[in-house]
Design a protein around this ligand. Structure first.
Ligand code: MLT
Length: 354
């Protein structure tokens, strides 16, 4: 189904009253392929939905049975540790049957096309498919072919939407901002391989949509042309980029996506772009430290920074990740589960005009 009778007046009225548009109007998308597809209030809606799961996950008894009887397939065509585990735990905590498909042991290795694999998963009547793939756009392609919600767990250098959502939630909690808050005026500096990082792209989209002031920093060879158009301020001097930062987000060099030499050497990269304790002193006092993992300690981030007891949010990012993925799986399956206010509404499928 395409299109939605979603008047901007309805949305504005809902938002003005401090709430979201009613029922499924709050999140009309069938799929989550990227932050770029979402309006600001839809991002906030997912963050707010995740709050209940943060609370549940801190209880000894973590089970909920919302998705009981549903099958979720995690189809990972690229390596992953935390994202795969996080989606698996999220699905299981909501009571779904979760199946993991690893490309290394699948028919992909025998030459099967992506579309054929997608059609196979579809024929098994999955209720949601979570996909990670090395090609930008592959997730959207699959979403256009299958009959159930598709969630992007990272596609090439395009997007990693749940990472950006979990990062925003982590920042909101760490700054003591209440539910429904955006990140208006929060100063974030993102540093690393901006050219190849899907985490950078999704975070730039999410943070700017939520009102944060975002500095981005990379060596000239790893700085995408025209990045200013994303509403961020680019720097090649990390010391300058750190000035005023309340949050510093470090990114790994995405060696697996590099063809050729982008940095002179890891040693020189650390010298200019590594987050050391000394360099962190150029940010705001008590600036918070983030990294999506996996970290290359001693290159983009020093251990003293990554393990900083009061300022590192890295394990809290992992915690938020499970809650965000529970929220996404819950919200995206509401229509199929017949949740009142959701079941009778049309949805926007990836690839269709909003
Ligand atoms: C990703 O999948 O993009 C990771 O979470 C970040 C990385 O690989 O550096």
């Amino acid at each position: 189904m395409t299109g939605l009778p979603q008047s901007s007046a309805t949305i504005a009225a809902g938002l003005a009253s401090g709430r979201y548009p009613a029922g499924g109007l709050a999140f009309p998308h069938r799929d989550l392929t990227g932050i770029g597809q979402l309006a600001r209030h839809e991002i906030l809606f997912l963050l707010d939905e995740a709050e209940q799961w943060v609370a549940l996950n801190r209880q000894p008894q973590k089970g909920a049975d919302l998705l009981s009887g549903l099958t979720i397939i995690n189809a990972f065509f690229e390596n992953s540790t935390r994202t795969l585990l996080s989606f698996e735990i999220a699905g299981k905590r909501l009571g779904a049957d979760v199946v993991n498909m690893h490309a290394a042991t699948s028919s992909v290795k025998k030459g099967e096309t992506l579309i054929d694999t997608a059609m196979t998963l579809n024929a098994m009547r999955a209720d949601a498919i979570v996909i990670r793939h090395a090609s930008s756009g592959a997730v959207r392609l699959i979403a256009e072919k299958v009959d159930c919600p598709v969630l992007n767990a990272g596609d090439g250098q395009h997007e990693h939407p749940t990472q950006a959502l979990l990062d925003a939630l982590t920042i909101r909690h760490a700054l003591g901002l209440p539910p429904q808050s955006d990140l208006n005026g929060v100063r974030v500096t993102i540093c690393g391989d901006l050219l190849h990082s899907r985490v950078a792209r999704s975070n730039m989209l999410a943070l700017t949509a939520l009102g944060a002031d975002v500095n981005v920093c990379a060596p000239p060879a790893l700085m995408p042309a025209g990045i200013e158009a994303m509403g961020v301020t680019p720097f090649t001097d990390f010391n300058a980029a750190l000035k005023g930062a309340q949050v510093v987000m470090m990114l790994r060099l995405q060696q697996e996506r590099m063809e050729g030499q982008f940095i002179p050497s890891p040693r020189e990269y650390r010298h200019l772009y590594g987050l050391t304790l000394d360099r962190l002193a150029r940010a705001e006092p008590d600036a918070l430290i983030m990294h999506p993992g996996p970290m290359n300690r001693g290159i983009e981030i020093d251990s003293q920074v990554a393990d900083h007891a009061s300022r590192s949010l890295i394990t809290r990012q992992v915690e938020s990740g499970v809650a965000i993925r529970m929220a996404c799986l819950d919200v995206l399956t509401r229509r199929a589960r017949g949740v009142p206010g959701w079941a009778d509404l049309p949805e926007i499928k990836a690839g269709s005009a909003p």
